[in-house]
Design a protein around this ligand. Structure first.
Ligand code: GDD
Length: 239
């Protein structure tokens, strides 16, 4: 079974090497046949060049997709998914933030849930055992509120709809029409989950503790938050 981990990066020079090294360690200590696909949007801080160096050091295990500019986390995930399907023929495709807020140590737990039959596993901050560390009150309220709103309005019983730490089985990504997804940014995460639910795929939640980054800064802008709410409305009234 081949696992591919898709990591979108924009200005993550201080984080990407640590994440890649710990992922490789997790692959090795758990006998996981794993690959990493970094999708870099021409980061001005040189993350793309660093990713190329990592790919040289780890030979065939690391792949780098270079895009021309900041095109959004959503389209970065899609580019990585397509690469994982078409070029690697991966069986399980993960997405994960590059800023170390998503601990790679959870990865084997996701694989276990997938093997139990869940076609999508989301890393959930809002189920028992999950949580958030180092976020201020404002960010906590925004995240919790956005999740409650999205799941209520869209009728999806998933507690963490905005998490970017996920595992999709090959079957799901092959069946979904990825090109029909309109969101290019963060709202991609709720939109794809909406189509997963509509497609009848089973969704499991694995508790994770999200630890806010210590290096670099979040790219989640106010504009992205507005888009998030607009997307809920668009999907709600979609045929
Ligand atoms: N290639 C690319 N990567 C991007 C872009 N925008 C963000 N990223 C990358 O996407 C990851 C998440 O972005 P952050 O800006 O660090 O997000 P956050 O605020 O810390 O986290 C929140 O949003 C995440 C994404 O939805 C969630 O996964 C996370 O749980 C949390 O809610 C990081 O690895 C970042 O470099 C982009 O336009 N292009």
């Amino acid at each position: 079974m081949l696992v591919s981990v898709v990591i979108p990066t924009y200005n993550e020079k201080e984080n990407i090497s640590v994440l890649v090294n710990s992922l490789i360690q997790i692959f090795n200590s758990n006998n996981i046949n794993g690959n990493i696909v970094i999708v870099d949007d021409n980061s001005p801080d040189g993350t793309g060049e660093l990713a190329d160096e990592l790919a040289t050091n780890y030979k065939s295990q690391i792949h780098v997709i270079h895009r021309s500019g900041k095109l959004g986390i959503g389209t970065a995930h899609i580019a990585g998914f397509k690469y994982s399907l078409d070029n690697l023929n991966a069986d399980l495709i993960f997405s994960m933030d590059s800023d170390l807020s998503h601990n790679p140590e959870y990865l084997p737990e996701f694989v276990k849930l997938s093997n139990q039959g869940y076609e999508i596993v989301v890393g959930s901050r809002y189920v028992k055992g999950g949580g958030v560390k180092n976020w201020g009150l404002h960010r906590r309220i925004m995240s919790k509120g956005a999740n409650m709103l999205a799941s209520t309005i869209l009728g999806i019983k998933v507690k963490d709809m905005t998490t970017g730490y996920r595992c999709y089985s090959k079957n799901v990504l092959q069946k979904l029409d990825l090109d029909a997804i309109k969101s290019d940014g963060y709202s991609f995460l709720e939109e794809i989950l909406y189509y997963c639910k509509k497609g009848g795929f089973s969704i499991g939640e694995n508790p994770i503790v999200f630890v806010d980054r210590t290096h670099g800064s979040s790219k989640l802008s106010k504009n992205e938050m507005v888009k998030f709410f607009m997307t809920i409305i668009r999907l709600r009234f979609k045929n």
